[in-house]
Ligand binder design. Sequence first.
Ligand code: PMP
Length: 337
Amino acid sequence: MDYANSLLELIGNTPLVRITRALDAVGQAPGPLVLAKVEYLNPGGSVKDRIATRMIEAAEASGRLQPGGTIVEPTSGNTGVGLAMVAQQKGYQCVFVCPDKVSEDKRNVLKAYGARVVVCPTAVAPEHPDSYYNVSDRLVREIPGAWKPDQYSNPDNPRSHYETTGPEIWEQTDGKVTHFVAGVGTGGTISGIGRYLKERNPEIQVIGADPAGSVYSGGSGRPYLVEGVGEDFWPETYDREIADRIIEVSDADSFAFTRRLAREDALLVGGSSGMAAYAAKQLAEELAAQGRTDAVIVVLLPDSGRGYLTKVFNDEWLASYGFPTGVEAAAEKTVGE
Ligand code: PMP
C-alpha cells in the first residue's frame, strides 16, 4: 500500500512543468526553457504550507509553542491556511485576525479547518485599540500559551525555502537552472531559494518580480491590486543581498498574463503567479535575443486561481478597474439574450 499518514507528509516536492503557449514565440523555440514550480499542488493549496510547517516545528523545538498552545497571526491568506492545516494536525488552536475588507469566502476557508477568525474594522488608524495590529498583539498577551509566528520577521520563513524549495529546484533541473524568478511579499521565498541556489552556483541569476508601486521596485507603497506580493515597508525576511534584479510588472500585465496561463497552458493560478510568469517571459525574450538558448528559467507560482474567480477571472471586475480582459469572446452566454 502506498499512502501518507498525514497531509503534512505531502507538503513540498512539487513538480516543475514547462510553460509554452502563453510565452508566444519564445515558448516554441528550443530555449530558453521556462519551467513553472507549481506550488498550488501543496495540500493547503499554496507555497505557504512550507513556511507554516517550518515555523511551527521550530517553535515546538525551542519551547515557544507548548502542547495545547494557540497560534495567533494577523493573516487571512495562504499563510493562514497553511498554519490552520498544520496546527490542526498537530493539535494546536488557531486564531487569525483579519481586516473586515477580507472576503467571507477567505474567512470561511480558515473556519473550515477549525480556526477562529477575529474581524477588525479597516476604517481605524493603526494606533486605535481595535486595529488589526493592536488586536493581534492583545490576543497574544491575553491568551495563555499564545504564540505569534510573524511571517514578516521569522527566520524560519526563508529557512524553509533554503531547506526544501531551493534543493528541489536544484535537483529537478540537474543543477542546470540559470535563472530563478519569484514575486516578493515577505521576501521569504526569494531570499531562501536564492541563497541556496547561489551557494550551489554563484552564476545563477535571481530575479524578483514586483507590482509597480511597491518598495522592492523603488515605489513608496502606492496601491496595486495584485495580492500577496509587494510591500510598503522592508520586512526582515527579505535579504537585500540576494536579488540581482527586480522586474516591475503592472497590474494590467499581471492579470492579463494570469488569464493567459489558465487558457493556454492550463495553469489556473493566482495573480501573483501571473505577475512572476510575466517577468519570466520578459526575461526569456531578452535572453533569446542574446542567443542564450541554453538558459533554464525557473519561475515559482505560489497559489491557485480558485481563490480569485470573482476577481482576476471575472471580466466585470477587471473592466471596473479599466483593465483589458485579454480574452475575446467571453465563454458564458445566457440563452435568449
Ligand atoms: N504570492 C502569494 C499569493 C502570496 O500569498 C505570497 C506571500 N505573501 C507571495 C506571493 C510572496 O511570497 P513571499 O512572502 O515568500 O515573498
